[in-house]
Design a protein around this ligand. Structure first.
Ligand SMILES: Cc1cc2nc3c(=O)[nH]c(=O)nc-3n(C[C@H](O)[C@H](O)[C@H](O)COP(=O)(O)OP(=O)(O)OC[C@H]3O[C@@H](n4cnc5c(N)ncnc54)[C@H](O)[C@@H]3O)c2cc1C
Length: 270
């Protein structure tokens, strides 16, 4: 049975440049200007899983993102990796969204894309890292969901997924009937890199750009999206105090080791 799979992809600031991130003290939102962006790494694992399922069952993989126009680059990357089409949910009305408003827009966009069998997400983003969006999305679409997925095995007819869900010191095996939302961990697979052919083919694939008015036709209300629809309120920021002290130890390796042991014993005794 061919499967229609949606993969939710978020563009995030590159973690290698997190030291350059500052927050707007009045709104609590990230100042992104000038910070290089990448596709959220876990979302690449979600896409890889979708591509592997499509290779086995046939069907189509759609990458969807809510973000500014520059988020199109993450969709292009997904198309180069092998996704069949992309959807960019982009509108001024979507700005300032918390996780609930983000999930609301994603659910509207996904409804617009038509029937689907499976939605794959990263388990959390590298920046917001709340891990709330997949569960909220499932709730809004009235679907079952499984988070922390480290392995997905599809039933032979593609109607169910047997998921290994990581928990502390082990895993749970969960069977879920599709359609469902599954959020994956990085241990689920090693994702492929785009090939030259993939990059060339991506140019011919379609990317739908959908705004607020299109999503409204699915029953999404402007009052539920963007900053207006975000019940989370920014309450304040404080800078973490750095208590670490640096002491340089020099000498030959034996001296360094002896001094280090003395220093650690001294600290331990404090
Ligand atoms: C008051 C407030 C205002 C905010 N304003 C802004 C703002 O102006 N701009 C801004 O960028 N952020 C803003 N944020 C942060 C915003 O809430 C989160 O970036 C966003 O809702 C996703 O949450 P998360 O990153 O924790 O996702 P998680 O739940 O950790 O993400 C899990 C998975 O969900 C999927 N996912 C998450 N977000 C998206 C997306 N946008 N598109 C597609 N898939 C997605 C991905 O598969 C991802 O791996 C604001 C937060 C608050 C509290």
């Amino acid at each position: 049975m061919p499967l229609n799979i949606i993969v939710c992809i978020k563009q995030v600031p590159n973690p290698e440049h997190f030291d350059k991130i500052t927050l707007d003290p009045s709104t609590g939102t990230i100042r992104r200007a000038g910070i290089p962006v990448i596709t959220n790494p876990l979302d690449r694992h979600a896409l890889e899983e979708a591509l592997r399922i499509r290779e086995k069952f046939g069907g189509a993989v759609t990458a969807i993102t809510m973000g500014p126009l520059q988020a199109r680059k993450s969709l292009d990357d997904a198309l180069s990796m092998g996704a069949d089409r992309g959807a960019l949910l982009c509108d001024q009305m979507f700005a300032g969204a918390d996780t609930l408003a983000t999930a609301c827009v994603l659910s509207g966009g996904i409804r617009l894309l038509g029937p689907f069998d499976l939605i794959l997400c990263g388990n959390e983003s590298a920046d917001g890292a709340t891990a709330q969006v997949p569960a909220q999305l499932a709730e809004m679409l009235d679907l079952p969901h499984v988070t922390c997925a480290r392995k997905i095995d599809m039933s032979a007819d593609g109607s169910k997924a047997l998921v290994e869900r990581a928990v502390e010191h082990g895993f749970l095996r969960v069977e879920v009937v599709l359609p469902a939302v599954i959020a994956v961990l990085k241990t689920i697979n090693t994702y492929r890199l785009p090939t030259v052919l993939g990059i060339m083919e991506a140019a011919g694939k379609e990317v739908h750009q959908l705004g607020c008015s299109a999503c409204e036709s699915t029953g999404m209300y402007p009052a539920d999206i963007g900053s207006i629809g975000s019940p989370t309120r920014f309450a304040g920021i404080s800078e973490a105090a750095h208590l670490r002290k640096v002491k340089m130890i020099t000498g030959d390796p034996q001296d360094i080791a002896a001094q280090l042991i003395r220093e650690l014993r001294y600290r331990d005794a404090l």
